[in-house]
Ligand binder design. Sequence first.
Ligand SMILES: [Zn+2]
Length: 262
Amino acid sequence: METIPAISVVPWAWARLKACYQYWLSLGPCLWCLQSKCEPQWLCADCQCALPRFSPQMECANLLAYPGVANHIAHKYLDTLLVLSPYQYPINHWISALKFQRRPDYGDLLGVLLGEYLQQLYGHASDQISAQKPPRHAGQKALQPDILVPVPLHWRRLKSRQYNQANLIAQQISKLCNIPLSNTLLTRQQATTAQVGLGGGKRRRNLRGAFMFNPTHPLPEHVAIIDDVVTTGSTVNEIARVLKRHGVKTVSVYCVAISCNL
Ligand SMILES: [Zn+2]
């Protein structure tokens, strides 16, 4: 009889434990209004409807098409920017709690919300997606990336926060949309100083050389960078610059919120 090596059981058991915990959390009260609910979802039906979000229509979802965004953020190396919501309540509150109050459950919630938004964009539910199923139309294939890459954290930041918030979000998207996730294509070499309060030029200089491409990783054609919030676009644009310099053809950004007006 074939035996499973003990070392491979640990991540499997951890994933099962986490899935059970997430299911248990989703049965509790709505994370926004705190009312009890029957459905195994993070938010009640009313809060789902009330949530601020951008249109999930393919024609208007790429925010780079809007001058209010294109003139405000760095996007020279970006092809597509898909965002769930403006940076406003309650999304801003959840992102802040995720990053600064050690609430990884909000990462799961935001990942599910962004994943469901992307599913709507792709035009079909997760149970219809499979590696064997041919794309419904050419646009869908062009939109869907080969791989998800969460914005990497420097190991020192990771040690103090204990998780990468972009990775938590990416894990949910990966599960819902059936897109592989990679944490090894890029690494963060430098612990950049906080970007808050820096102008565009200073942010770019602050980020130069911050990200290292892994040349031993299979080269994807289309990468989607996953982040919690886009403010000036400097970080994702720098990552896209590094990816394209190493041969990636298309770089999209999937983000929970954006802090500028359309
Ligand atoms: Zn609610």
